[in-house]
Design a protein around this ligand. Structure first.
Ligand SMILES: [Ca+2]
Length: 283
């Protein structure tokens, strides 16, 4: 009898444990569900993070709005192409986009940088260095023939710099072109120094001027490319000397004879000596 009661109690105890186990396991299930819910919640937060990152993207797009404020496009004429460095999609690396209001920005005189902005190279030394921070520009030739290449230059000198410092970059060209200068086509396809000098008459130590010469193995010549109408070309520039600043680039067809205007004036500022249509459009 006692044994029977014991077995009965054991059975009751067992069923109690079983029930508890079921309750507990159902609690686990509930916890699991809570966990799942939390995970979902986290995923939800993740989503909201995604949302916030899309807000960031929007933020970036407001950054892009800022970019828009610096946005510039390639201006095509019948026989010229002009563009500011900020049209590039490349990573800027050691190039800095300077705009009026930046404490480092230099206004220039008598003609300020077009659109009150320019790119300044902050790598290397002011006397030069190796190719750094390449920027790529793609454009289509509006006409066949020989195009001179020029860049409006600002030499943002530092104390002690010579006037031939901060005055060069590297350039190379890709596409279906031939050389129209003293260098071979193959030489124009790899980086070489492209340099100029500023007009420092109105200023003691800073100048806006023109880059238009290549230097290859001690030889100097104008940068002239023979393009084919409708073909796309890729110009790549890279930083060479620190504090060399580029306001804009111009390819001008030889029939325009613009190079004469630049050659007539010592240390000419291309923006000053060429008609206004050969400058980038202003905003
Ligand atoms: Ca500019």
């Amino acid at each position: 009898m006692i044994t029977k009661i014991k077995s009965c109690l054991n059975l009751t105890f067992l069923s109690l444990i079983l029930s508890l186990t079921i309750v507990t396991s159902s609690c686990d299930t509930a916890e699991d569900k809570l966990d799942e819910a939390t995970q979902n919640g986290e995923e939800g937060e993740g989503n909201s993070e995604d949302d916030s990152s899309s807000e960031d993207e929007n933020g970036e797009s407001s950054g892009n709005d800022e970019d828009d404020s610096k946005a510039s496009s390639i201006k095509y004429g019948e026989d010229f192409i002009v563009f500011e460095p900020q049209v590039t999609d490349s990573e800027l690396g050691n190039w800095v986009y300077r705009k009026k209001g930046d404490p480092e920005y230099f206004d220039g005189s008598p003609l300020a940088p077009i659109n009150d902005d320019y790119f300044e190279f902050e790598g290397n030394k002011s006397r030069g260095g190796k190719e750094d921070s390449p920027l790529v520009f793609k454009f289509t030739a509006p006409k066949s023939g020989n195009f001179y290449f020029a860049a409006r230059l600002l030499q943002n000198f530092e104390e002690g710099d010579h006037d031939d410092y901060c005055n060069d970059i590297y350039v190379k060209m890709e596409g279906d072109f031939t050389s129209a200068t003293d260098f071979t086509t193959d030489q124009l396809k790899i980086f070489h120094k492209f340099y100029g000098r500023g007009n420092n008459k109105p200023l003691a130590n800073r100048a806006l001027g023109t880059m238009r010469n290549l230097e290859i193995k001690g030889k100097h010549a104008l940068a002239i490319y023979n393009f084919k109408e409708g073909e796309e070309y890729t110009l790549t520039i890279a930083g060479r000397s620190k504090n060399a600043c580029i306001d804009y680039f111009l390819f001008h067809h030889e029939s325009l004879k613009l190079n004469r205007n630049i050659s007539k004036v010592k240390k000419a500022d291309m923006a000053e000596v060429l008609p206004e249509e050969y400058r980038p459009d202003t905003k």
